[in-house]
Design a protein around this ligand. Structure first.
Ligand SMILES: [Zn+2]
Ligand SMILES: [Zn+2]
Length: 133
């Protein structure tokens, strides 16, 4: 029986696996529990990341689809026309194709619902950006 040396290699079906010894107890097969605990923490972090991404994705695509639909309906009815925003002192005017954006009437930061079509209005990119800045 040989004592495993640090960074020992193990042969498994012709595959060489580099084994890193436990930084705590220095054994290749950890006996102090440190490696098992560290792996469990890594796995938990990985799962948490995956969960957050799954939550974020449908939320964004719902809003994107909603915005695209609002702009398409507006252009069909009015053409490329910024309807203006009286509350911003912004007058209606023609815009270049593609220069329209959808604005949250009540900003999300002030409790507005970003998925509620009633909280949306069409605004030109310039006015919408100026509003956020
Ligand atoms: Zn250990
Ligand atoms: Zn405008």
């Amino acid at each position: 029986m040989t004592v495993p040396s640090p960074a020992a290699t193990t042969q498994t079906d012709g595959m060489v696996i580099v084994v890193t010894p436990c930084p705590h107890c220095r054994a290749v097969t950890c006996v102090c529990g440190y490696v098992a605990e560290r792996d469990a923490r890594r796995e938990a972090r990985r799962k948490e990341r995956g969960r957050r991404q799954r939550q974020a994705r449908p939320y964004d695509s719902v809003e994107r689809t909603l915005h695209a639909g609002i702009i398409a309906a507006h252009v069909e009815a009015h053409g490329w026309w910024c309807p203006g925003a009286p509350d911003l002192g912004h007058k209606p005017h023609a815009v270049k194709p593609g220069a329209l954006d959808v604005d949250d009437i009540v900003p999300v930061s002030r409790g507005g619902d970003r998925r509620d079509p009633q909280n949306k209005r069409v605004l030109c990119r310039r006015a919408n950006r100026g509003r956020r800045a």
